[in-house]
Design a protein around this ligand. Structure first.
Ligand code: GLA
Length: 385
């Protein structure tokens, strides 16, 4: 529990908070840009958290503060709109607007103060963590019973409708459903999921944050979603399929002919081969075949670089220097366009790996990357005060 957060709550709102909540962030092991194509992903929650101290108000205002910012963002429950001046507050506010849109009666306002050690706009889903956390807070404070997957769905509805990112469901699910030392195999065809014990044997999972920030709403993310839609509609004229994830690897030569556009074909090829890589990765983990797991992770990065074109200069450089520094596998994780990567390295190599990647990256870009061992953890947490 963060004592400074509770103290700041008292100083800001002149009252004591009544509840304390936490949400982790996530990495995705493999299965990238597949979720909005109804495909497979393999994410896990990791232990960098957003914390929140919360209390009821006597009026109908939602008052939001972040420990890192001076101002308090205030909105009335009866008139919540997405406004640029509300900046990060548009994420939590969207949750209340979405609940009201769904017909829930929210009888009182809330004070919420957040603090975070999740690197912001880094590809580790700080925004999905903020959304899931606020959806969790709302369900508990207003007594709206919701399973964790329903919290994820609410957060996702809010992000797409209120914040305007046409994202898939992976981040919200990974954070809401996180389980200690487990990965989540998520099938976005029907949002079904199960837990997998992914065995890294003598390898460690490392996260490398490029510290190149990006805003996905203003990145080519929505453009990729559109390209996939267009590719699907061209294939549908010939094949009876519901999503790109129904296309098999063996169909690709025929799909190339039908689609008749090399850029669209490359996007489709990534999605189709990436789904297959998720299946092969889970199989390799069950068989204890870490060299196959590493090969698939490296192939995933290559596909995201060459066919999907979302890695960008910084993540490609991190990929190269990581492999040179002894990583057995390295790939971008999340949306790309800057953001973060994951690597698998021998347990005993972490310190030398970290030192070498930091030095090389800093030498080229004068940006300090953040490099840490991933600790796979539980999802949403409620604590009594
Ligand atoms: C972002 C989105 C997810 C997913 C990933 C790419 O993190 O929020 O829904 O599409 O990019 O796999």
């Amino acid at each position: 529990m963060n004592k400074l957060l509770i103290e700041t709550y008292k100083n800001t709102f002149h009252a004591k908070p009544s509840k304390y909540f936490m949400a982790p962030c996530r990495v995705n092991l493999i299965g990238e840009h597949t979720d909005y194509n109804k495909g497979l992903a393999l994410p896990a929650a990791i232990s960098k958290f957003i914390h929140a101290a919360v209390g009821k108000r006597d009026d109908r205002k939602i008052c939001l503060k972040s420990l890192n910012k001076l101002d308090v963002i205030t909105a009335d429950l009866d008139d919540i709109k997405n406004k640029p001046e509300q900046s990060w507050g548009n994420y939590p506010l969207g949750i209340f607007a979405t609940l009201i849109k769904r017909g829930y009666n929210l009888p009182f306002g809330l004070n919420i103060i957040y603090s975070s050690n999740v690197p912001i706009a880094s590809g580790l889903s700080s925004s999905a963590a903020l959304l899931d956390l606020t959806a969790f807070i709302a369900s508990k404070m207003y007594g709206i019973p919701m399973k964790n997957e329903e919290i994820a769905m609410l957060a996702h509805q809010s992000e797409t409708e209120f914040n305007g990112l046409q994202c898939g469901i992976m981040d919200e699910f990974a954070i809401a459903l996180g389980k200690r030392n487990k990965c989540i195999i998520l099938d976005c065809k029907d949002n079904s999921f199960s837990y997998e014990d992914i065995s890294f044997k003598d390898l460690s999972l490392v996260v490398i944050v490029s510290n190149v920030r990006r805003n996905l709403v203003h990145s080519p993310y929505n453009q990729r979603v559109e390209e996939c839609r267009e590719g699907l509609s061209r294939i549908k004229k010939h094949y009876n399929i519901d999503s790109l994830s129904d296309v098999k690897v063996t169909d690709l030569p025929e799909v190339r002919r039908i689609v008749g556009n090399e850029t669209l074909f490359k996007r489709i090829k990534h999605v189709v081969t990436e789904n297959q890589r998720v299946r092969d990765f889970v199989k390799a983990s069950k068989e204890g075949d870490t060299s196959m797991m590493c090969k698939l992770l490296n192939e995933s990065h290559e596909s995201l670089k060459t066919d999907y074109e979302v890695t960008g200069e910084y993540l490609d450089y991190i990929h190269d220097i990581s492999l040179r520094a002894g990583a057995l596998a390295e790939r971008m994780t999340g949306a790309g366009f800057g953001g973060s990567s994951i690597a698998l390295i021998k347990n005993e190599d972490f310190e030398t790996f970290k030192e070498s990647v930091f030095r090389e990256y800093y030498k080229k870009y004068k940006i300090r990357p953040l490099i840490f061992l991933a600790d796979i953890c539980d999802g949403l947490i409620e604590k009594d005060l």
